[in-house]
Design a protein around this ligand. Sequence first.
Ligand code: FMN
Length: 383
Amino acid sequence: MTTRRAILKTGGAAVLVIGVAGAGWALTRAPKKARAPWDAAGTSFGDARLDALAYAILAPNPHNMQPWRIELNGDDAFTVYCDTARLLPETDPPNRQITIGFGCFLELVRQAAAEKGLLAEFSYFPEGEPWPNLDARSVAHVTLRQGAQVPRDPLFGGVLDRRTNRAPYDLARAPDDAALNAIKAASVAGVEADATADPARVDTLRTLAVDAWTAEWENDAARRESIAVTRIGKKEINAAPWGLALAGPLMEGINAAGLLTREDMDVAGTASFDQSLEFYNKACRSATGFVWSTTMTNTRRDQLEAGRAWVRMQLAANAAGVAFHPLSQALQEFPAMAPLYEKAHRMLSGGDGRTVQMLARLGFAKAPPPAPREPLTAKLVMD
Ligand SMILES: Cc1cc2nc3c(=O)[nH]c(=O)nc-3n(C[C@H](O)[C@H](O)[C@H](O)COP(=O)(O)O)c2cc1C
């Protein structure tokens, strides 16, 4: 017997659920409130720091945890702290990826300030580098100064259009050399970037990505960490505009039909568990290029620089029309990932002990809507 559950597992039938509810309803499902910070960036707050920070909060960051807390100091400075309640201890035990997200944030501060002719002076970890974990000490102190000649950054023009694109990519189209070179060239000093669209190499990296996602999803603690911050549908996303968002009428339709729930995502054999595994693996298999970055050492400073480089590389990719999807699983430092971590380093580190900081798949697909963000006001703390 064909059950309703089995039918609804297919994309076509899920659309049927929406069809019943009506197309008008579908148009109302965008979590507009959660996307409002993308419109707020670019409006003047009457304070150059806030104007720059309104862009910085749009930085890519792991699981969209948005761990930044900002304390304004005097007239022209601010201090950036990490909200340690927003770490990802299971998938990111040394907080390496969270630190990379702060690097992305600081690079957008720099670019947005430069647009206004201001030089952002950074002091990284002024109270010392926190090891083994980030703590109450500041991540960076930033001063915005009027500079004689502060060049604008051409990448800044794409900040509001930058997207993490998790869709399956067009298998018939690979990024060309010009695009790969532009992406690599966007890195910063001290962070080496490399990229490939060579079909044989792409194939081995697809396999690595699929194996690593499967290992993460089948690891109870790692999977539960993601499920705990997954929001399904407009109401949840607007109420908590951080974490992983499953937005849109399709997701809401299958959620309403009971076929996509956080509870079931944790139970092997349910549609929610299996489709979460398969959705991502299908995406990994559709990569037509890959890009990665390495650093010689792995200090907190290196991680911040890797983040600065990363958002620049993503902006360069998007500017070239190339879709970009970080695939961090094989680079994660939890024990169950160790064999694939070693494999990834054998494949990508260049063989001289460098740390592979980031890996993303590249290709072509329609860009998704912007990811949720908390408003800037929610990120300011009192001096
Ligand atoms: C250090 C780092 C690691 C990331 N790893 C992944 C990943 O493994 N898989 C993924 O889908 N997205 C990954 N992302 C992308 C974030 O999930 C994404 O930036 C966030 O959800 C916000 O979405 P946006 O980039 O479209 O604004 C990563 C981002 C950063 C900065």
